[in-house]
Every structure is written in structure tokens, then in C-alpha cells.
Design a protein around this ligand. Structure first.
Ligand code: NDP
Length: 243
């Protein structure tokens, strides 16, 4: 049987790196993208090589529309197929109306929304029955418990509408589209000992940060053959932030 292939955008660190390694353990060959940190990406591909799976790291800016459009073609040229796309790369701009800049807003829309849309549409064209498109949203797309995150929350909420619509387009082809909504996960983007740590723990049912592996476990489930009837929905792994 041919080995299935997964793309994870922003797979060089944090949640994306955990997803890449988890899907490799599940038997996928893996393409990760990264923006700047080639060394971190090499660590991830080495770990995947050590699991006996093929791994490719591609420098691809998910906020750049040309890179978005080229990504799937590069992976299909290298591996011959595509089964799973995980759109994980994202920016977390912080600031209210007094401090946020127009550039912050544009950059966040390009990366968190347009990039996801272009990559997903390209992936849908390349996938066969059984394909899986998994978008990493956020619990802040559903509940906004703090000031300063309106732009971020709007982009993550928008992913749910996009997934619902795309699930309608792709359901007849046997391709599912879902959003995974993490709560606070201890990464460089949102360290557990960072300035927002205590405020976030205070709004959780389980008052501690999650690990990247918690998100990877849910993505692994959604990428599996067991989920062919789950589509157009958002699944939370958020310590009860939205409870
Ligand atoms: P990190 O900042 O720890 O890692 C970000 C990853 O994305 C890195 O691999 C980075 O690559 C890559 N990346 C950044 N910008 C781009 C870009 N323009 N194009 C391609 N790749 C890029 O983030 P997290 O792991 O914490 O977050 C991953 C996703 O999970 C994001 O979408 C985030 O919004 C979401 N999320 C995170 C939560 C958290 O608490 N951590 C909570 C809810 C959602 P490089 O190494 O080259 O910089």
C-alpha cells in the first residue's frame, strides 16, 4: 500500500512540530513548512527520519499568496500524493484599538485566514476520497475572555465558517474539513510562565496549560480512517476555556 502523506504548516516548532511527529508515528510521510527557523525544521525532519518515515521541510511563508499556491504542488511533486493538510501556521497579534497597527491587521488576515483558504483549496484539488483538511483555530475564536485579542479571535472564528462551507463542497468527494480549537498550550507563542499565564489559567476548568501533544492527539484522531463522518465542525482541546 502507498504511504499516506501529510502537510503541516508551521511544523518546525510548538504545536505544529508535535503534530508532525505524531502523524509520522501514525504512518504518514510528512512535509512541514517553516518561515525562518531552518535549524528547528531540521530537528523535526531528523526525528521523523528516525521513525522510518520520509520527511521534507519547505520554507514557505503562509502569509504569502504565491507560497500558498505553490505549496501543495511542491509536496505532490516530491511524494506523489496528498492525504492530510494541517493548517497550523498562525500569528497572535496582541493589542487593542490604541496600539494595533493596520499592518498587524493585514499580516494577520493574510497568514491566519487567506493562507489557510488558498492552501485548503489547492489541497482539496489534489486530494482523493478519504482526504482530511484540519485547521488549527483557537478557543479564542469561540470565547474572548481577555482584551487585546480581537483581530486574532476574528481570524480564528472565521476559520470555522470557512470549514463549514468547505465541508459542504467536499463532502460528496469523501474529504472532511474540521477545525481544532486549542486553549492555552505551552509554546513559544504562549509560554505557561508568560505575562498572560495567570489570567488564562483563571478562565480554565482545568487550571493549567496544555501541552502541544494534547493538540497532536486530537489531530491524529481527525486524520485517521475512524472519522469519515465528522466534518464541518470545531472540536476543542482547551482545558474547558469555553465551558
Ligand atoms: P509557535 O509560535 O510556537 O510556532 C509557530 C510555528 O509556525 C513555527 O513553526 C513557525 O516557523 C511557523 N510560522 C510562523 N509564521 C509563519 C509563516 N508566516 N509561514 C509559515 N510558518 C510560519 O506557535 P504555536 O505552536 O503556539 O501555535 C501554532 C498554532 O496554534 C497557531 O495557529 C496558533 O494560533 C494556534 N494556537 C496556539 C495556542 C497556544 O496557546 N500556543 C492556542 C490556540 C491556538 P519558524 O520556526 O520558522 O518561525
Amino acid at each position: 500500500m502507498t504511504t499516506p502523506v501529510a502537510i503541516i504548516t508551521g511544523g518546525s516548532r510548538g504545536i505544529g512540530a508535535a503534530i508532525a511527529k505524531r502523524l509520522a508515528k501514525d504512518g504518514f510521510d510528512i512535509a512541514i513548512t517553516y518561515a525562518r527557523n531552518a535549524e528547528a525544521a531540521r530537528h523535526v525532519t531528523s526525528a521523523i527520519d528516525a521513525l522510518g518515515r520520509k520527511a521534507l521541510a519547505i520554507q514557505s511563508d503562509s502569509g504569502n499568496v504565491t507560497d500558498n499556491a505553490d505549496l501543495v504542488k511542491k509536496v505532490v511533486d516530491a511524494f506523489g500524493r496528498l492525504d492530510v493538510l494541517v493548517c497550523n501556521a498562525g500569528a497572535y497579534p496582541y493589542g487593542g484599538p490604541d496600539t494595533i497597527t493596520i499592518e498587524d491587521i493585514s499580516r494577520t488576515l493574510d497568514l491566519n485566514m487567506r493562507g489557510v483558504m488558498v492552501e485548503s483549496v489547492c489541497a482539496a484539488r489534489a486530494m482523493q476520497k478519504g482526504g482530511r483538511i484540519i485547521l488549527i483555530g483557537s478557543a479564542f475564536g469561540e470565547r474572548v475572555p481577555l482584551p487585546g485579542i480581537s483581530i486574532y479571535s476574528a481570524t480564528k472564528a472565521g476559520l470555522v465558517g470557512f470549514a463549514k462551507g468547505l465541508s459542504r463542497d467536499l463532502g460528496p468527494k469523501g474529504i472532511t474539513v474540521n477545525v481544532v480549537q486549542p486553549g492555552p498550550i505551552d509554546t513559544e507563542m504562549n509560554p505557561a510562565d508568560g505575562p498572560a499565564g495567570d489570567a488564562l489559567r483563571a478562565v480554565l476548568a482545568i487550571p493549567k496549560y496544555g501541552e502541544a501533544a494534547d493538540v497532536a492527539d486530537l489531530v491524529s484522531f481527525l486524520a485517521s480512517d475512524s472519522t469519515s463522518y465528522i466534518t464541518g465542525t470545531a472540536l476543542s482541546v482547551d482545558g474547558g476555556l469555553t465551558a
